[in-house]
Every structure is written in structure tokens, then in C-alpha cells.
Write a protein that binds this ligand. Structure first.
Ligand code: PLP
Length: 441
């Protein structure tokens, strides 16, 4: 009997009692290999002694000091580290407590920026279908995933959506990656013009799409065109690195691989590595100046922004993630994971695509490799895979609605960066068995 409102009321889930390295142990003593870092969170695995020590040290000093009264060394240090690591031009950090809060803050920064610079008519947000930006009202409205939005639609603020960059399904025969990217940029431009170019405030996108598409990276050149389009019409580009950032794709931020710099960038998940709830928004000097020279404040804030223990944990997580050996391991283990999945599942008739970057990989499940036809959603292939994987001691992150928000299934893998070759092989063996069992049911 539980008094807790769980995510799913009808099913019972194991009780986690301990974590060590890439494993979580439940109250029955069963160990689960954390192949997804929860939901791409636990980038350093569990119980990392250095992170725990940093948190304890902070607790011995000051555990909480409201940010309207005080700043703290750890919050200042974290902002400095993030500015050092972020793409050039993102010169300030705003600390929050998670991904949705980061997205909400970024949207409000965009809006306030235009008010400050005398363009208050700019209010439209354009994002992409099949994206996820969080579950608070503004972030949910920004995300373009049909089933997540459906019942809340009447209370969501107005947002507009264009196509994702999803080459596996949407690149047409005869198109090259370049011409596909150009078609998507033209679609974005049409939407901007339809809404009135001087009324659009921001374009929001995940550099590598996580929860809703399963590690879908853009085609080469796509984000350059998006950047050009935003600059042409004076629109702010907000990139959401909540899931794909903090080293997940083999570079500190996924956008580095696209060769552009956004105006605002959100992060969370791997920033605290699960040790504390924390997120951040990075902002450009231009936006900071507009606030500084205008009203002198960003009109926002929550009770727990810049929380010292969260900042202490994140400081240590970031310090560890940026050690030279860490990104090397993400790249090497990511390649091993892709190669192993290709070998184990590449020929499987119901595995349509295996994709991703670094330790961020997705497997799209279809009824037929050639037609790419998805399974009937009533078969709940994704939740069956999750059950079968848990039964085999593997945590992975399957999701439905891949194709259009209703149809389609994929599995997302996002193991900790400390993972070793034999553990990668275990993920592949267990996942392959889980997928076969789920489809055979
Ligand atoms: N943005 C992206 C890209 C995400 O993947 C998520 C969560 O999965 C969020 C925002 C929301 O983050 P949170 O769940 O920490 O609020």
C-alpha cells in the first residue's frame, strides 16, 4: 500500500535502496545496470565519492541562502565553469532547479529581452514537432509531442511548430542532407513570415532530440541554416541541451558539433548528475546587457534558484566531466555501443534504425524494416521492452509516439560516462533479448 501518487498508478515498481557505479540495487537485492542514466541524468553513475564529499563540505558551511539576499562561492564558481565551457558568446549563467525551469526561464528571458529593447510586439514561439522541452505549462506548450500535450492543450499558451530534422523518416528520395536541410529552413522561414517576422520572439530546438525521437541528430548544415534564419529576422535561437548537453554526445555541448552559437542555451540532467536537482540557462552578452542597461533585473526567480548544495554538486560533476579522460571514454564507449547494437540488431527485421552520438543512442522499432511501418500503439511495444529489460536487470528508456506523437516506438540509451567495455556489451545483450521478447509476446 502506498500513499505516494506514482507516475503510473496501476503498476508497481521496485524500491531502490542503493546505488554504486553504474548499478542501482532494489530492496530485494536485485541489481539493475543503469543503461539510460535514469532519463539521461546519472552521467557519473551512482554514489560518486567526490561529488558526495563536495556536497557534505557545502552542508558543513551554508546549506541555503536565498538569492535575493546572498550569493555563494559555489554558485559563482559554477557560473564561471559553465561560461568557460559553453560556446563562445554565452557569457552568463542563470541557475535553476531542473530542465523545465530552465526552459521557462529561457522563454521569459527572450520575452523580457524584446520588451527591454523596444520590440514588445515579439511574442511568438516557434519550436518543432516531436520535441520535448519539459512539463510545466510554458515548456509543455513549446514541446511538440502530441500525446504529452493533448489533454492540456486548452490551457497551453499559443506556440507554433515546424517539422523536426528527422532524416530516417522525412528525408525524401532524391534529397541530399543539404537539400533536406534547405527544405526545413524554408519551412521555418515560411512560418516566420506567416506569423509576421517582427512578431516572432524565439525558435526553440534540441540539438540532438532525446525523449521524443530517441537520439536523433540533425543532418549536417541544418543548424547553420536555422542560425542564419534566426539572425536574418532578429529572432532569438534557444537551444535545449537539457538532455543532450554536459558531455552526453561526446562534446561538452551537442551544439559544438554544429558550429553555431545560440542566444540562449538550457541545461539540466547531467549538470547535477542526479546528485542534486539543478539546471541552468546560459545567455549571451547582448541579452545580459539589455537587462543590465534596461530595467536592471531579470524579472523572474524561484525560491531554490542557485541552491548552494545543488551548485556544489554540479560544480564537482562539471569538474569531473571536463577531465580529459572522460570525453574520450564517452566517444570510445559510444562507438562500441553503436557497433555492438549494429551487430546484434542491425539485421533484425523489426529494428528500423540505430542512431545517435556519443553515449546517447536510440533504436527505432518498426514492424518491417523496409516499409518503416510502426507497431500498432495498442501493443505498447515500448513499455513491454522496458518491462523485459528490467526483468533482465537493465534500465533503458523506451518511449512511444516516435513517428507522430501517437505511433512509433524507440528505446533510448544514455549510460554513465564511466561505463566500461564489458558493461557496454552487457547492455547490448540484455537489450537485444528484451526487444526480441517484447516483440514476440
Ligand atoms: N528539455 C529536454 C530536452 C528534456 O529532455 C527534458 C526532460 O526530459 C526537459 C527539458 C525537462 O527537464 P525536467 O524533467 O528536469 O524538468
Amino acid at each position: 500500500m502506498t500513499k505516494l501518487l506514482h507516475r503510473a498508478i496501476s503498476s508497481t515498481i521496485p524500491r531502490a535502496v542503493a546505488g554504486e557505479g553504474i548499478y542501482i540495487t532494489d530492496s530485494e537485492g536485485r541489481a539493475y545496470l543503469d543503461g539510460s542514466g535514469g532519463a539521461a541524468v546519472s552521467c557519473l553513475g551512482h554514489n560518486h565519492p567526490e561529488v558526495l564529499d563536495a556536497m557534505k563540505a557545502q552542508m558543513a558551511g551554508i546549506s541555503y541562502a536565498h538569492t535575493s539576499f546572498f550569493t555563494t562561492d559555489v554558485a559563482e564558481e559554477l557560473a564561471e565553469q559553465l561560461v568557460e565551457l559553453a560556446p563562445n558568446g554565452l557569457d552568463y549563467a542563470y541557475l535553476v532547479s531542473g530542465g523545465s525551469e530552465a526552459v521557462e526561464a529561457a522563454l521569459k528571458m527572450a520575452r523580457q529581452y524584446f520588451v527591454e529593447i523596444g520590440q514588445p510586439q515579439r511574442r511568438h514561439i516557434i519550436a518543432r514537432r516531436q520535441s520535448y522541452h519539459g512539463n510545466t505549462i510554458g515548456a509543455l506548450a513549446t514541446g511538440g509531442n502530441a500525446w504529452r500535450r493533448a489533454q492540456f492543450r486548452p490551457i497551453l499558451p499559443e506556440t507554433h511548430h515546424v517539422s523536426p530534422c528527422y532524416a530516417y523518416r522525412d528525408m525524401q528520395t532524391g534529397e541530399t542532407p543539404e537539400s533536406y536541410a534547405e527544405r526545413l529552413a524554408a519551412e521555418l522561414e515560411s512560418k516566420i513570415i506567416e506569423l509576421g517576422a517582427d512578431t516572432v520572439m524565439a525558435f526553440v530546438a534540441e540539438p540532438v532530440v532525446g525523449a521524443t525521437l530517441g537520439a536523433v541528430a540533425p543532418v549536417a548544415g541544418y543548424f547553420r541554416l536555422v542560425r542564419q534564419m534566426c539572425s536574418k529576422y532578429g529572432i532569438l535561437l534557444i537551444l535545449d541541451e537539457v538532455m543532450c548537453g554536459m558531455g552526453r554526445t561526446g562534446t561538452m555541448f551537442a551544439v559544438e558539433q554544429e558550429g553555431i552559437v545560440p542566444d540562449l542555451m538550457t541545461m539540466a540532467k547531467g549538470l547535477g548528475g542526479g546528485y542534486q536537482p539543478i539546471g541552468a540557462v546560459m545567455l549571451s552578452e547582448t541579452i545580459y546587457r539589455a537587462f543590465a542597461d534596461g530595467s536592471g533585473l531579470f524579472q523572474h526567480g524561484h525560491t531554490y534558484i542557485g541552491h548552494p548544495i545543488a551548485a556544489a554538486a554540479a560544480n564537482k560533476v562539471v569538474e569531473i566531466v571536463r577531465r580529459p579522460e572522460m570525453m574520450g571514454n564517452v566517444v570510445r564507449m559510444g562507438e562500441r555501443l553503436q557497433a555492438g547494437l549494429d551487430a546484434a540488431l542491425g539485421e533484425c527485421p523489426y529494428v528500423g534504425d540505430i542512431r545517435g552520438r556519443g553515449l546517447f543512442r536510440g533504436i527505432e522499432i518498426v514492424t518491417d524494416k523496409d516499409t518503416k511501418q510502426p507497431f500498432d500503439p495498442t501493443r505498447k511495444i515500448n513499455s513491454r521492452i522496458k518491462q523485459e529489460a528490467m526483468r533482465r536487470g537493465l534500465m533503458c528508456y523506451p518511449m512511444g509516439g516516435t513517428v507522430d506523437g501517437v505511433h512509433g516506438d524507440h528505446v533510448l540509451l544514455a549510460p554513465p560516462y564511466i561505463i566500461q567495455p564489458e558493461q557496454i556489451d552487457m547492455i547490448i545483450d540484455r537489450l537485444a533479448a528484451a526487444i526480441h521478447a517484447a516483440v514476440a509476446e
